[in-house]
Design a protein around this ligand. Structure first.
Ligand SMILES: NC(=O)c1ccc[n+]([C@@H]2O[C@H](COP(=O)([O-])OP(=O)(O)OC[C@H]3O[C@@H](n4cnc5c(N)ncnc54)[C@H](O)[C@@H]3O)[C@@H](O)[C@H]2O)c1
Length: 337
């Protein structure tokens, strides 16, 4: 029997990864869905045979619900999470956990006050190749890490922003390519190398196609320095021509470790090359979302059931937001510029 009863709030694009995960889960079951757009809420309710709601407060009022999954626009993550903790629910939220570090701090405090779990959907930390890369770097097997590189070059057309009603504005999205598309790669870099102590950056709207459409950055480039002397180069843009494979690599003293879509390449200083292949089954859509929602969601419920900390809690989720804030400040572009 499943131990947790869960609701998904926000029935847009990504919600299917959460509903799928709950359908597959051995621990949690989907018992309600909610969207302010009744057509979306009703379609999801019908698909999964559960009641639907158009006001999340009606979901929170249900005492039989243990946990909510937040799949709404970014600016709603903090208020919905804080209301959910006040109602005694656990919260698993899509990234970014909030639009500002201050809101994320408020979520962490609310979770602690309620004694409930807060999980943040950085599912790429659970991708076999990324986790293996980090494990090998931290093991010291290849010497100290001296550098990191993250490159995300994707394509988003004007309609992606204008049709959404929330993307493209600092108020509702919180930022652009940094806080939305490339936050996963930034998170992988700092998960592996630690939090940067100095940041140099440049952000802006580089694409002519998007310049009168969005106020957030479509392109960001940053140079991060870490306490141990390592540095990282980060480049993210939604102004490329396709959704290219993300590049994530760490240079250690004695080897370069590169994570590709499905293999980890270890290029040794002595020219030997090893390849570790990811055999995890692929999902059939949007490969850039990765295939790890089900894995992270199952681990979230396992952590609650086993009364152990969850690996991607609020304190982990906020780290990337601090770096993004630092990138904005260093570049002079951003919500507070
Ligand atoms: N983890 C990932 O790889 C990944 C991938 C894509 C999106 N996301 C994240 O998922 C979240 C949603 O993104 P999306 O692409 O599905 O957006 P979307 O616009 O397709 O869906 C958001 C849904 O929330 C609904 N909504 C808005 N206000 C609401 C409210 N007050 N109550 C209930 N529902 C409300 C909207 O009507 C819409 O259906 C974002 O945080 C996004 O960054 C994560």
């Amino acid at each position: 029997m499943k131990s947790f009863r869960s609701a998904v709030i926000g029935c847009g694009n990504i919600s299917r990864r959460h509903t799928e995960a709950l359908t597959e889960s051995s621990r949690a079951e989907l018992v309600a869905v909610c969207d302010i757009r009744e057509d979306r809420a009703a379609a999801a309710g019908e698909k999964f045979g559960v009641p639907y709601y158009t006001d999340y407060r009606d979901v929170l009022a249900r005492e039989d619900i243990d946990c909510i999954h937040i799949c709404t626009p970014h600016y709603l993550h903090a208020p919905i999470a804080i209301a959910a903790f006040a109602a005694g629910k656990h919260v698993f939220t899509e990234k970014p956990m909030a639009t500002t570090p201050e809101d994320a701090e408020a979520m962490i405090r609310a979770a602690e006050a309620a004694g409930k779990y807060l999980g943040v959907c950085f599912q790429n930390r659970y991708k076999f190749i990324n986790a293996k890369l980090r494990e090998l770097v931290l093991s010291g097997a290849y010497g100290k890490p001296v550098g990191g590189k993250g490159i995300v070059t994707w394509f988003r057309d004007p309609a992606y922003y204008t049709d959404s009603g929330w993307r493209g504005s600092f108020e509702t999205e919180g930022g652009g390519v940094l806080i939305n598309q490339s936050i996963h790669t930034l998170d992988l870099l700092i998960w592996t190398l630690g939090d940067p102590t100095a940041i140099r950056a440049n952000c802006g709207i580089f694409s002519e196609l998007l310049e009168n459409v969005i106020e957030v950055e479509d392109t960001a480039t940053a140079h991060l320095r870490f306490d141990n002397g390592a540095t990282a180069l980060f480049f993210a843009s939604n102004a490329w021509k396709n959704n290219a494979a993300v590049q994530f690599e760490i240079q250690c003293e004695n080897a370069l470790l590169t994570a590709t879509e499905d293999e980890l390449i270890i290029a040794h200083a002595d020219k030997r090359c090893e390849r570790i292949v990811d055999t995890t089954p692929k999902t059939d859509d949007k490969s850039y979302w990765g295939n790890c929602h089900s894995i992270i969601i199952e681990d979230f419920y396992a952590a609650i059931a086993e009364d152990r900390p969850f690996a991607v809690d609020g304190k982990e989720g906020i780290r990337a937001l601090h770096v993004i804030d630092g990138i904005y400040k260093a570049s002079g572009f951003g919500p507070r510029a």
